[in-house]
Design a protein around this ligand. Sequence first.
Ligand SMILES: Nc1ncnc2c1ncn2[C@@H]1O[C@H](COP(=O)(O)OP(=O)(O)OP(=O)(O)O)[C@@H](O)[C@H]1O
Length: 641
Amino acid sequence: MAPLSKTETARQSRQWEALTPALSEWILDAISSMGFTKTTPVQQAAIPLFMGNKDVVVEAVTGSGKTLGFLIPVIERLLRLEAPIKKHHVGAVIISPTRELATQIQTVLTSLLKFHAPSASLLKTEDEDTEMSEADTAPPSFPPLTLKVVSQLLLGGTVTPAQDLRAFLKNSPNILIGTPGRLLELLSSPHVHCPQSSFDVLVLDEADRLLDLGFKEDLQKILSRLPKQRRTGLFSASVSEAVDQLIRVGLRNPVRIAVKVKARAAPSGKAGEEGKIEDKRTPASLQMSYLVLPPTYRIPAIQKLLASIEPQPQKTILYLATCYSVDYFQHVLPDVLKGYTIVPLHGKQPDKGRRKNFTKFVDSLAPSILLTTDVAARGLDIPSVDLVIQLDPPSDPKTFIHRCGRAGRAGRKGLAVTLLSPGREEDYVEFLRVRQTPIELLTSPPIVISAEEAEETSADIRNIVLKDRGLFEKAQRGFVSWVRAYSKHTASSIFRVADLQWDHLGHAWGLLKLPSMPELKKWDGDRSLGQQIDWDNYRYLDKQREKQRVVELANPESKAKEAKPLKRKKTEEDAWTQKKEQRALKEVRREKKKAKRDHERRANMTEEERRKDDELQGMIEKVRKDVAEKEEEDEFEGFSD
Ligand SMILES: Nc1ncnc2c1ncn2[C@@H]1O[C@H](COP(=O)(O)OP(=O)(O)OP(=O)(O)O)[C@@H](O)[C@H]1O
């Protein structure tokens, strides 16, 4: 691949009008009305190449304007075809890993197309919902051979595949934007055509994520349904080795465009010595920081951070490791982080709720915190997010820059803070530095937490849990899922279950006892966490559940009787639990053996060899765990809660 000369790019003017080939007048109008006076560096480099006849692989920091960097060339290419694309033929496909991101791409596309009269005439307008006369709302008509861009959004969970097909047949879109599964379903229909004569361009947004194990198969099937003669663009803030594989499969002599940021590294400490200038994979406007705190100090630290940042953060994203942890903390945090609207968002929420919550966060006028998982790590463009907090670093280090990059977008100031535990987790800082993602200790605002404050917050959380037995169950489930996620960190030599301080974690979560789980088999600490709970009088807030509990408590036989019809399910669950425990035990044993082997193998390695070895082992481990997790999730889906 021929890398683009950076100096050459820098010399060019950053005016939209100066791009060659020149953009259409209506696109220039659209961009100017959006208030974008200059191109961003990635747009400057990618638009002319992708509009011309080049395949591109584009890596540019989060929030740097990649969406327009591919949408403008896609539109321009379709509108420069010699004749309109035939009915039920597709000219372009844009693939995104999440529904939210696909929806966002569609929104940006629509806001551009409003400026293209022939395409705008086919957009559904708000007027359709008003009571204007037909004559007022009738779209202007254009000769049949006028080139137009019509798009369709394809998302799992919203409408059925049959409805997608019906909409396709009715509107005959020439751009499809969607998540891989739904796109594949539509492209598999014999009524949807992508022949060489019509199909022009494919875009993979967040390309590296699309190549992760979960999507790879669908993606390859999609590729097999598209003609080989086409333009292809891969866009992401983190182009990994996996993308290099795809380049070999689907791209022709692509140009690689890498827009990185130069930053001065932290000085070595020697007198008069300045830090070196290094490449950074995160935007200059984003301050990337960390705090080292024991588990019980973390929520008080978040309280303090929110209180000491000036001006007060209006939109914050707080990342947790799992859906079940979000499901638990959404009930606890409103009482602990007072003054903030807490909005939960995770992949196990029903689709309608997920969309509603996302809109609630985006539209909120009050200071709000989106409590979420990696489902909201990539691509989401909510310009008013000024703070990102990672209560847990992500299992996959690639996700790290995407999570942080939800703040500090398009040159706006942002702060991303990652919370690490003292000890081995502190090695994560160096681990990130080597990956051109330097983070620095947060010193301003200073966050100092006393042991009393930490204890008080744990007690507050526990008191919230004590009000509802249902919350206790959510806490237990959330904690187990968190431990499981922790054991799956790619950087497995940094995040080790064996190093976890169970009692501290239990208090930090407000647990009333530690759940019984294989990871705790050999732990001889106090599983009751020093709590004396009157379990018989510990009530559910939910009236139905409480009634049932009281009946069962008074008459244990009725419980046995009631349980009878469920016997088959119970047996299955028991078997599942046993199987899970055995698997986890095996895992613990294997990890121990592996740690011993690794120690012997690495004893004579240089630091560089060790770093490479870490990367390699991490990749192997991730593939193994992804497969195991998928198997386990498939089993788990079979049981209702
Ligand atoms: N030329 C421009 N000038 C100023 N702002 C711009 C320009 N182009 C795009 N933006 C704005 O920058 C923000 C980030 O753009 P976008 O979402 O495309 O970033 P991205 O590079 O795709 O980020 P990520 O890697 O996180 O997906 C958006 O709010 C967008 O409207």
